[in-house]
Design a protein around this ligand. Structure first.
Ligand code: ADP
Ligand code: MG
Length: 196
């Protein structure tokens, strides 16, 4: 189980979702749990950015599932909102299985419903009134390797509550590496000290 740093606003939730999205590959299943307005669709927007699929990711009112093609040669994103689904039978009726091996599937309101779509997966539970936290639990062999466990751990909160820059890495445009972010963070401290 991994608990995210405090996700202070929608942008923070999206940024954390991007990091999660970059870890995902074809065949992965992610179940999003949390009440109305918890941030499931917001998180999916971040996952979509991390995956590199075409948006926009919206909260579907009538549509239960949407397929977002990749713009980066990766897997498509199948985004399901199961809120109005009556049960697993209806989920099966959507005929999702067809592409799931080649897709990353994200199911809002999928708890107790979508687990059987794959033999392994992640459940992300969003909680909190204003600041959200995301708790990730994993099941199945896909996430049991040391490498996957380490990746999941990288999504977690650190003692100082900061994101792990080496994992977070919005790639620094100038340096072309993720080290820029860490350097910038250190640099900011140095500059403040120098100015005092
Ligand atoms: N920390 C936060 N994380 C995510 N969303 C937030 C946060 N703070 C405020 N919000 C707002 O809460 C709403 C979440 O909506 P949405 O993502 O559609 O939720 P859900 O899909 O779970 O019903 C959005 O309007 C978003 O801007
Ligand atoms: Mg939603």
């Amino acid at each position: 189980m991994t608990v995210s740093p405090p996700l202070v606003d929608a942008d923070a939730t999206r940024a954390w979702g991007r990091r999660l999205g970059r870890m995902l590959r074809a065949g992965d299943l992610v179940i999003l749990t949390g009440g109305l307005g918890a941030g499931k669709t917001t998180l999916t927007q971040g996952i979509a950015e991390g995956l590199g699929v075409r948006g926009p990711i919206t909260s579907p009112t009538f549509v239960i599932s949407r397929v977002h093609p990749s713009v980066s040669g990766g897997p498509v994103l199948v985004h399901v909102d199961a809120y109005r689904l009556g049960g697993l039978a209806e989920l099966d009726d959507l005929d999702l299985d067809a592409d799931l091996d080649r897709a990353v599937t994200v199911v809002e309101w999928g708890h107790g419903l979508a687990e059987d779509l794959a033999s392994d997966g992640l459940e992300v539970t969003l909680e909190g009134e204003s600041v959200r936290t995301a708790t990730v639990t994993a099941w199945g062999s896909r996430w049991a390797t040391a490498e996957a466990q380490e990746e999941l751990g990288g999504l977690g909160a650190h003692l100082d509550g900061s994101l792990d820059a080496s994992v977070d890495g919005p790639v620094d445009a100038q340096s072309g590496s993720t080290e820029g972010a860490a350097r910038d963070a250190e640099g900011a401290g140095t500059a403040a000290e120098a100015g005092s």
